[in-house]
Design a protein around this ligand. Structure first.
Ligand SMILES: NC(=O)c1ccc[n+]([C@@H]2O[C@H](COP(=O)([O-])OP(=O)(O)OC[C@H]3O[C@@H](n4cnc5c(N)ncnc54)[C@H](O)[C@@H]3O)[C@@H](O)[C@H]2O)c1
Ligand SMILES: O=C(O)CC[C@@H](O)C(=O)O
Length: 531
């Protein structure tokens, strides 16, 4: 496995990655160089400066994972990654405390003119009256976005004795109540009431420019605003005009719409906002603490390796899948994936409708992830695309396959049973599987035949007329070709006089051996299965 790291991540994370992969840390890569070399890597780990857009993703023909060492994934084209089955992982819980504390630091620095006073004193001046500040106590502060960081900021601002109001239409009233934050339903009201605003929104089409000229025109003259989320959520031109005209009192900014990459050569930065005096700023330092970088380094290394190794991960593009349940349901995911692989190995007509029936104990679980596992197993062998949980629903939809899930708490004989009915344009085929003990997968119905076998890598499935001598001849052919039989199950359909044999063998079955089996008088079908 090869991993490219074009931005600085903490050594602890790199060490973990290096135990399992070749890691290239290349901080000086230009965009052109990145585009040229990305095809050599299985994973890419970035912070906020590298634009992982559709062009880069399309060049990353071997990319399986994109890791964002941090929270915001606005520099990653997640849709383009999803389209190609590339898992996008981030570390949302690793730096939120640092980002929250930095927001408070910026707010205090702004209120007390700390950077300006520092510069003045450094210049040998003693200017006490010039730097008169304001208190937070008893003022109204509006928190925009009460997610991970916003809620930490809100609770800390309450400790300053502030009246905290909040704007976040996507969280319930109860959460506002439990935080002791007054819920405000419109940005207009926020602008009219707030002495301070602190922004903790994600960068989305909806949030970009959410505070712009119209909003500043409604604001109190004393308003001071902090943006430690993403550049552009507070429109930079409107902010510049409002600050220059002293329409508002001040701003503190950690993030900009266009930020340079901190390259080996140390790129410069200029911006009209830097000319103003009633503003304080930092170069995107919200997550730049010893603790956050240590947490982020560790978390991103584990996330990326887990994703590369095919383990369960909390990914940005896993669309609400209950990944915690996935760990518990791992034996069923394995069974379903193996069951999925059966269909196209025994049938060539495209599946048009798939019904998965979950019976017994398993019916009480959130089974969506098991269904996705089945569908991944179904399509992986018949497509060149990488198919996984990330893009399987989209591919199934594009192929026009209808998927139905149903549940049934009762089941005969088994504690749990997954039955799959696959309909094509000519007929319906049924397969069923269960878990024996804690994790042993068993196929118990194979195209209508009652069987009981463990799916393995090398299998031979034979259907023959139910009469003596055929099983013996098939086994002799395998033996003559040095193919060892590890296990064999036979099941008969008395109504149609057909027998099904499923043999678990120790090695590949060549085309010649398969042809010889098919030539046996009375053999109707023979297929090699790789489950
Ligand atoms: N400066 C830094 O170094 C730094 C570090 C970490 C995170 N961040 C940024 O901080 C921001 C917040 O991160 P988080 O982890 O708290 O995110 P989060 O997803 O936990 O919280 C965001 C909140 O915003 C709300 N929201 C989304 N769209 C909204 C809208 N249109 N109107 C109102 N509310 C809306 C969501 O409901 C959610 O509660 C992100 O932009 C992230 O990229 C910056
Ligand atoms: O890489 C960084 O330090 C920025 C991190 C921060 O913006 C984030 O979204 O996590």
């Amino acid at each position: 496995m090869r991993i490219l790291v074009p931005e600085k991540i903490e050594e602890n994370g790199l060490e973990i990655l290096k135990q399992k992969a070749d890691v290239d840390v290349r901080l000086d890569l230009t965009r052109e160089q990145l585009l040229e070399c990305i095809d050599q890597y299985d994973a890419l780990i970035v912070r906020s400066a590298t634009k992982v857009d559709a062009e880069l993703i399309s060049r990353g023909i071997n990319l399986k994972v994109i890791g964002r060492a941090g929270t915001g994934v606005d520099n990653i084209d997640v849709d383009a990654a999803t389209e190609r089955g590339i898992i996008v992982v981030n570390t949302p819980d690793s730096n939120n405390m640092s980002a929250a504390e930095h927001s408070i630091a910026l707010l205090l620095a702004l209120c007390r003119n700390i950077p300006q006073a520092y510069m003045s004193l450094k210049a040998g001046k003693w200017e006490r009256s010039k730097f008169k500040g304001v208190e937070l106590y008893d003022k109204t502060v509006a928190v925009l976005g009460l997610g991970r960081i916003g809620s930490l900021v809100a609770s800390r601002l309450k400790a300053f004795g502030m009246n905290v109001i909040g704007y976040d239409p996507y969280i319930p009233q109860e959460r506002f109540d439990s935080m002791g934050v007054e819920k405000v339903d419109s940005i207009n009201e926020i602008m009219q009431r707030a002495d301070f605003i602190t922004v903790h929104l994600p960068k989305t089409n909806e949030t970009m420019g959410i505070i712009s000229k119209k909003e500043f025109d409604m604001a109190k003259k004393e308003l001071r605003i902090v943006n430690c989320a993403r550049g552009g959520i507070v429109d930079e031109n409107a902010l510049y005009e409002a600050l220059k005209a002293k329409r508002i009192a001040g701003a503190a900014i950690d993030v900009f719409t266009n930020e340079p990459k901190e390259g080996a050569a140390g790129e410069g930065f200029s911006h009209p906002l830097l000319e103003l005096d009633n503003i304080v700023f930092t170069p995107h330092l919200g997550a730049s603490t010893v603790e956050a970088q240590r947490n982020v380094g560790l978390a991103i290394a584990q996330q990326v390796l887990n994703a590369l190794e095919g383990n369960v991960v909390e990914a940005v593009n896993l669309h609400g899948l209950n990944m915690k349940a996935a760990t518990r349901l791992a034996p069923y995911l394995n069974l379903a994936e193996k069951m999925g692989r059966i269909y196209y190995q025994v049938e060539s007509l495209p599946a048009e409708q798939i019904e998965l029936v979950y019976s017994g104990d398993i019916s009480k679980e959130d089974t969506r992830i098991i269904t996705l596992s089945y569908l991944t197993g179904l399509l992986q062998p018949v497509t060149d695309e990488r198919v996984n949980f990330v893009n399987i629903e989209k591919i199934i939809h594009e192929r026009g396959i209808q998927v139905i899930e149903s549940k049934n708490s009762h089941v005969d004989y088994f504690v749990n049973l997954i039955t799959v009915n696959v309909k094509n344009k000519e007929r319906m085929m049924t397969f069923a599987g269960t878990i024996f003990g804690k994790e042993e997968p068993r196929i118990v119905n194979f195209d209508g035949f009652e069987v009981d076998f463990m799916p393995t890598e090398h299998m031979l499935m034979v259907q023959n007329i139910d009469r003596p001598g055929i099983i013996g001849q098939v086994c002799t052919i395998l033996g003559d070709n040095s193919i060892n039989i590890a296990n064999m199950k036979a099941s008969r359909n008395t109504k149609h006089g057909i027998n099904l044999m499923v043999l678990d063998v120790d090695s590949d079955i060549s085309d010649e051996v398969l042809a010889a089996v098919k030539r046996v008088d009375g053999v109707l079908k023979a297929k090699e299965l790789n489950l």
